[in-house]
Design a protein around this ligand. Structure first.
Ligand code: AMP
Length: 416
């Protein structure tokens, strides 16, 4: 038997439907905030990731699918969306006119240890917003991420934020953390000992328990913020309060990638069925210039779709999707019902024509096809120029069935 590659799943049926539903929902939220889709290659030259994400990060040092192509060039399946999107923005000179607001949705690849909510091929929705740095953009970006997650009926999560400050902040903080960690060097994991010399901030992402304990007593970023960075962070926090977004400041949130500065944030599930990060992002001051673009800042986030699919109520898609079945009660009404079906299709309503078998079989087919509204057309309806509309998933008896005049049916369906 053949099988799919470990950590890479086939997506079909209800799961594929969930995925499409989430992507479409997020895209429409992105559009509402003025973002346009960008499609970048799945494969990039390896240095697109290593130079931006950072050689010392877990993603680059352990998790990338990199190989030499037939021309001996080192290429990598994208492990995240930001580096490729920024590379494209610079290559295509999109940064000549600001702001640039792009969003993406698609496959990412990381050689991670597969487990619940962690795959080797997974999908992310993300946005990147390039514009002169200002705290409003940071607050709106976090609000978009929150909007996305709430739009699919998920409310059990918390927003963590931190500020990694500007370059001055990071220089001062790095000195302080090296001083602190050097005192505990012997107790650090071998990997963290090596990172102490090369990229000490990455020790804060270590998954090693002993490292985590040592880091919990380390100096915190917020005490090293420059005056400017502190004012900036305070403003972001007060704007989040204006939005009514609850957040927690997490002093050790550095996120796993090197390019962040100022605001970093993460959204974590608090549901009992799955607790882990659902998404995260932050500001990057130098990423465009790494790719030879303008010296302008940007901010973005990525949300992992598979984790949302675990948490999302399996009926959510059905409840929120509208698919209509036009059903003649008996064969006699077939041709009349067919003309109603054609009319609804012409009005761009999602509709199926179901005419096989008796009424109960037709209702079952409609259910299997995922229809949630059935339009029944029998002898009486045709005579009265009406349709019986059944809401198939409604538990409310009063809402279950309605008689609607055929002349009003399109308006009714557009509004329901
Ligand atoms: P990151 O790009 O590491 O900030 O990840 C952003 C989001 O992508 C995370 O919060 C997860 O929801 C999701 N994610 C990251 N790695 C994986 C993975 N290996 N499998 C599934 N989802 C992932």
């Amino acid at each position: 038997m053949f099988r799919s590659v470990r950590g890479m799943k086939d997506l079909y049926g209800r799961e594929a439907e969930k995925y499409d539903f989430i992507c479409n929902k997020f895209r429409s939220i992105g559009e509402r905030y003025g973002f346009e889709m960008i499609y970048t290659p799945l494969l990039e030259y390896t240095d697109v990731f290593s130079r931006s994400i950072g050689d010392e990060t877990d993603v680059v040092s352990k998790e990338m699918y990199s190989f030499l192509d037939k021309g001996d060039e080192s290429v990598t399946l994208r492990p995240e969306g930001t580096a490729g999107a920024i590379r494209a923005i610079v290559c295509e000179h999109l940064d000549q006119f600001l702001p640039v607001k792009v969003m993406y949705c698609g496959e990412m690849f990381r050689y991670d240890r597969p487990q619940k909510g962690r795959f080797r091929q997974f999908r992310q929705f993300g946005i990147e917003w390039i514009e002169e740095k200002n705290p409003y953009t940071d607050a709106i970006t976090i609000a978009i991420a929150v909007d996305c997650i709430q739009s699919i009926g998920l409310f059990d999560f918390k927003v963590l934020i931190n500020s990694l400050g500007d370059e001055e902040t990071r220089e001062n903080y790095t000195k302080a953390i090296v001083k602190y960690l050097s005192r505990h060097e012997d107790m650090l994991s071998i990997e963290s000992q090596a990172r102490l010399k090369k990229n000490p901030l990455r020790i804060l992402d270590s998954k090693n328990n002993q490292d985590i304990e040592i880091c919990s007593m380390a100096p915190i970023f917020i005490d090293y913020l420059s005056k400017e960075a502190r004012l900036y962070f305070n403003k972001v926090c007060s704007l989040l309060e204006d939005y009514g977004i609850n957040y927690e400041i997490n002093h050790f949130l550095v996120r796993g990638l090197d390019y962040y500065s100022h605001t970093a944030f993460e959204i974590q599930s608090t549901s009992s069925s799955y607790r882990d990060a659902l998404g995260g992002g932050g500001r990057y001051d130098r990423l465009l210039s790494v790719f030879g673009g303008q010296d302008v800042s940007g901010i973005g986030f990525a949300i992992g779709i598979e984790r949302l699919m675990i948490l999302m109520d399996s009926l959510f898609v059905q409840k929120n999707r509208r698919k209509i079945a036009v059903i003649p009660v008996s064969e006699t009404e077939n041709s009349f019902a067919f003309s109603v079906f054609r009319n609804l299709q012409e009005c761009e309503l999602p509709v199926e024509f179901i005419h096989h078998g008796n009424l109960s079989k037709k209702m079952k087919i409609a259910d299997r096809l995922g229809c949630n509204i059935a339009i029944l057309l029998g002898e009486n309806e045709i005579q009265d120029k009406t349709a019986t509309v059944k809401f198939m998933n409604s538990c409310d008896a009063a809402m279950k069935t309605k008689i609607i005049k055929l002349d009003d049916i399109i308006n009714f369906l557009r509004c329901n």
